[in-house]
Ligand binder design. Structure first.
Ligand SMILES: [Ca+2]
Length: 354
């Protein structure tokens, strides 16, 4: 159940109730309609982009590094030494094509495609307890409020938005095979990994890999800012957030994976494009007590105040990261979201033991 919007209830659902007879006729007609359809239904057409090729991963050498940042947000402190074993990490974020292969093989329905269980959200507006997800919508709004809504107004809960329909009903992935899959909840990412015989990276593994062998540098590529030297290293947001993305880096919104240079370990889009789930629970104070060797995160995470769902770590920033508001496309920056909530900027990449 996305927590990112408190859109007022829509017009009462009772107005959609039609007289009983008409409803019966409608059901019969729909049954005849679908019975006469050829084998490929619209839903199956999404799966035609299934990419069954083996997922490309790169070997991340083990090592010791300084995790966190003394100049970043409070949850990035204190910096501390961490050692990780060698492991493998997806060269790119998981794509729509790769996720389609998973759904084609398993019939899996993502969290956003299922109706939320009202018992888990006793205080939620019933109008929002429908399948859907949070979608970024450009809007002219102050960056830090005041807002009419509880959450930033550029987030809209859209019924029917899910990985197949990234902007909601009417949008499609059929020409986005190589784009990162989005609207993925943590549970969905884990389900994919189990099917693919992979796992999510730990937060420490992710940061070690993102730094690409660089030592205490701000960005995954070094110290210079995006575009400063005439080069664009990641898909982020240029222009006036949250209204206008100029796409100076070559892409307005999401980009297909692999369009920006690799970092020192050969990873595309480890900065920007979509937030990537990590395995760990999120605890803002964890760095103060993290073990040095192969930390797995806290045993229990902080809870989301909106839904009482546990928070899981996301890393890497997204196409919505703008230096004036969200500079969190840097390797030290931490983010979190309820485990049951994806959004139009949230995906993942896979990891595995060496
Ligand atoms: Ca961009």
């Amino acid at each position: 159940m996305p927590r990112l919007d408190n859109t007022p209830a829509k017009t009462g659902w009772k107005r959609w109730i039609v007289p009983g007879t008409a409803a019966v006729v409608l059901v019969v007609l729909l049954g005849v309609f679908f019975a006469l359809q050829p084998a490929g239904t619209p839903a199956d057409a999404d799966l035609a982009i299934a990419d069954d090729a083996p997922m490309e991963t790169v070997l991340i050498p083990g090592g010791t590094f300084t995790m966190g940042s003394e100049t970043g947000a409070e949850d990035e402190k204190p910096t501390h030494e961490v050692s990780v074993k060698p492991f493998r990490l997806g060269k790119t974020e998981v794509t729509n094509g790769q996720f389609a292969a998973f759904v084609k093989a398993t019939g899996y329905l993502t969290t956003a495609e299922n109706k939320p269980d009202a018992r888990k959200y006793p205080t939620a507006d019933p109008a929002l307890l429908v399948p859907g997800s949070a979608v970024y919508v450009p809007v002219d709004a102050p960056l830090r409020g005041p807002w009419e809504t509880l959450n930033p107004p550029w987030w809209k809960f859209v019924p029917g938005a899910n990985w197949r329909h990234p902007e909601g009903p009417g949008s499609s992935i059929q020409d986005r095979k190589d784009y990162p899959v989005v609207h993925i909840a943590w549970d969905d990412a884990v389900a994919f990994c189990m099917w693919a015989k992979k796992r999510l990276p730990t937060e420490a593994e992710w940061e070690f890999a993102a730094r690409g062998g660089l030592i205490r540098q701000k960005h995954c590529w070094g110290v210079c800012k995006q575009g400063e030297d005439g080069k664009w290293y990641a898909n982020t947001f240029q222009g006036r957030f949250p209204l206008e993305d100029t796409g100076a880096d070559g892409f307005v919104g999401l980009a297909p994976v692999g369009k920006f240079p690799v970092n020192g370990y050969g990873l595309h889009d480890i900065s920007g494009n979509v937030w990537e789930w990590c395995r760990d629970y999120y605890d803002s104070t964890y760095y103060g007590r993290s073990p040095k060797d192969n930390p797995n995160g806290p045993d229990v995470g902080e809870g989301d105040p909106f839904s009482a769902q546990p928070l899981r770590v996301r890393r890497g920033g997204s196409y919505m990261c703008d230096d004036n508001y969200c500079g969190r496309y840097v390797p030290s920056a931490r983010d979190q979201n309820p485990a049951d909530s994806g959004a139009s900027h949230t995906g993942f990449r896979v990891a595995s033991d060496e």
